[in-house]
Design a protein around this ligand. Structure first.
Ligand code: ZN
Length: 237
């Protein structure tokens, strides 16, 4: 587990500590990638133990839908962001190169888990998650900061894309403009998400410097093709 650096129980999982066989070895947390369902269930039970709470996982659809989790362990509708303000509930965002983002609103105690890939970022999934959290402040005398933790993801030196795709994303998120080590067009999604979170009022944003495509302890779809997914997990306290 990688500590998320938030003042709550929040972490990012790695490949380690699960029961799945290759190519999902070993802590695969996704049910849609071809792994044995009972292995995923065992892996998810281990993550719940680590969280100390039942964990609700999002189902990534590369859109901007936000689902509220209203009870611990609730299975949410398909959404790229989960938000909960229920103490004892935990939310998780799965990824393997896309960017898992955990957000804490210290004013309400609400937490969010967001799956932010290229399309989700472009469409506004970070904005949608923050809007939902601000909605939870309504009617309260909310004082406190919005904090966020950006988990391991493919880095701007590795995430090669076609020139026109880089231009399209950079037109909305200029700091996403990047180049690979070979000088070909690339996108730096973690940097763009960090900037967007700050623009939206997150006062403290921490960011992992670990690249999924370069780190053998993390799943990488770009590197491995058929593979598992890790998760960012945040517990509402
Ligand atoms: Zn990299």
């Amino acid at each position: 587990m990688i500590d998320a650096g938030l003042p709550i129980r929040a972490f990012f999982t790695t490949r380690d500590g699960g029961v799945s066989a290759p190519p999902y070895d070993s802590l695969n947390l996704a049910v849609h990638v071809g792994d044995e369902p009972h292995a995923v269930a065992t892996n998810r039970a281990r993550v719940a133990d680590a969280a100390g709470a039942p964990v609700s996982y999002l189902t990534a659809a590369h859109g901007i839908a936000v689902a509220r989790v209203d009870a611990p362990g609730q299975v949410p509708s398909t959404a790229d962001a989960l938000v909960t303000a229920v103490p004892g509930a935990a939310v998780a965002a799965i990824a393997a190169d896309c960017v898992p983002v955990l957000i804490l609103d210290e004013a309400t105690g609400a937490v969010a888990a967001v799956h932010a890939g290229r399309e989700g970022l472009f469409a506004g999934v970070i904005d949608a998650a923050i809007a939902e959290m601000l909605d939870l402040r309504r009617g309260r005398r909310a004082q406190g900061r919005m904090r966020a933790s950006i988990g391991p993801a493919i880095c701007g030196l590795c995430y090669e894309v076609p020139e026109d795709m880089r231009a399209r994303v950079a037109s909305r998120h200029p700091v996403a403009f990047a180049s690979t080590r070979a000088g070909t067009p690339a996108l730096d999604l973690p940097r763009a998400i960090e900037t967007r979170l700050s623009d939206l009022g997150a006062e403290r944003v921490v960011r992992s410097d670990e690249c999924t495509a370069e780190s053998s302890r993390l799943f990488s779809h770009r590197r491995d093709g058929v593979t598992g997914r890790f998760a960012g997990v945040a517990v509402c306290e």
